[in-house]
Ligand binder design. Structure first.
Ligand code: ADP
Ligand code: MG
Length: 322
């Protein structure tokens, strides 16, 4: 019902960036190779996400906004080997309850569909010619929850959160072409050619990207690969370390600390690097089901992983400074 959707919205939908995250993750789960995000007023007026993924059938296009209607988990076994970014089927219901949505989608097999939803209520659903893929606009965010709207910071702050998010999603998916724009000004554009270093280049510029040092290490359980700057080079804050586990961007204080430990074996403490750390492991060793935001991860044998990261970084830094 609409009240429980609004309550759930409080957990999943904190600010424009959290909506962009849910929409883009849906596009990624739909196997898109191109994802465009266009914002007006940092997303408070409008967030439009256009993809070339699987799209939805007419039936699924309305079902997608029902709570717990996920197409991604079909049995209990799936729940323990989550490959998709979404799996709770809560995001769209929550977002729909606090905004006005207009959706165009087609699975390329049946007739395309357009759906208009206001505050969770379906106003219109009709046939519409549309290519395969999905185009969703979230307008007037929090128009019916003014208390939440009041918590929004400045346009610059909200935009900053979204840019940061899209940077990290682009880094975790170098094989997807991303385009982020604000009032039709392009902020980030990646090629989708699969080269993570090129994405670093698109985000941080050539001067920084070409000086990033590759590192790698592995054991039977984990494979680690990444890039790091020597901290003298940049004025990065703590927030410039991006951890990607099995293709999913997650946060881990312990991993950041392991990177810093490896770095500071040879370099002075007090400066931070720009770094991207890719970890591959059996999904059984990782659990992202800890919090609805799916941003926190529980890693079995974490100690092993931390020591691989620390020594990989230490060796790479050592090679580059001798
Ligand atoms: P979840 O991602 O947890 O399954 P969501 O509420 O985010 O739940 O989305 C509900 C459903 O809507 C998804 O399971 C998917 O079937 C469909 N969907 C949403 N966005 C897209 C998209 N861009 N392309 C194809 N299907 C989508
Ligand atoms: Mg989702």
């Amino acid at each position: 019902d609409s009240l429980s959707n609004k309550i759930a919205a409080g957990e999943v939908v904190e600010r424009p960036a959290s909506i962009v995250k849910e929409l883009v993750e849906n596009s990624i789960d739909a196997e898109s190779t191109s994802i465009e995000i266009a914002l007006e007023e940092a997303g408070l007026t409008s967030i439009r996400v256009t993809d070339n993924g699987k799209g939805m059938s007419q039936h699924d296009a309305v079902l997608a906004f029902e709570r717990h209607a996920t197409s991604k988990i079909s049995n209990e076994h799936d729940l323990f080997r989550i490959k998709t970014l979404g799996f709770r089927g809560e995001a769209l219901a929550s977002i729909a309850s606090v905004s006005k949505i207009s959706l165009w989608t087609s699975d390329g097999e049946t007739e395309g569909t357009t759906v208009q939803i206001d505050g969770g209520v379906v106003l219109e659903k009709s046939d519409a010619a549309f290519r395969k893929g999905t185009d969703m606009t979230i307008a007037q965010l929090f128009y019916n929850t003014p208390a939440r709207l009041k918590y929004m910071k400045t346009i610059q702050t909200e935009l900053g959160h979204t840019i940061d998010l899209v940077n990290r999603l682009a880094l975790s998916h170098p094989n997807i072409a991303f385009k982020l724009s604000h009032h039709s000004q392009i902020i980030l554009q990646t090629s989708g050619n699969g080269d993570q270093r090129r994405v670093l280049n698109d985000i941080y510029g050539m001067a920084v990207a070409k000086k990033m040092i590759p590192f790698s290490g592995e054991n039977a359980d984990f494979k680690v690969k990444g890039f790091i700057t020597l901290p003298e080079m940049t004025r990065a804050s703590k927030n410039y370390m991006t951890l990607i586990v099995n293709g999913r961007w997650v946060r881990s204080y312990a991993v950041n600390q392991a990177v810093l430990d490896g770095l500071h074996t040879y370099l002075p403490i007090g400066r931070y690097p720009i770094a991207v750390i890719n970890v591959e492991s059996d999904p059984f060793l990782t659990d992202v089901n800890v919090h609805p935001s799916k941003q926190h991860i529980r890693i079995s044998k974490e100690g092993e992983l931390l020591s691989i990261i620390k020594s990989a970084v230490r060796e790479a830094v050592k090679q580059s400074i001798i």
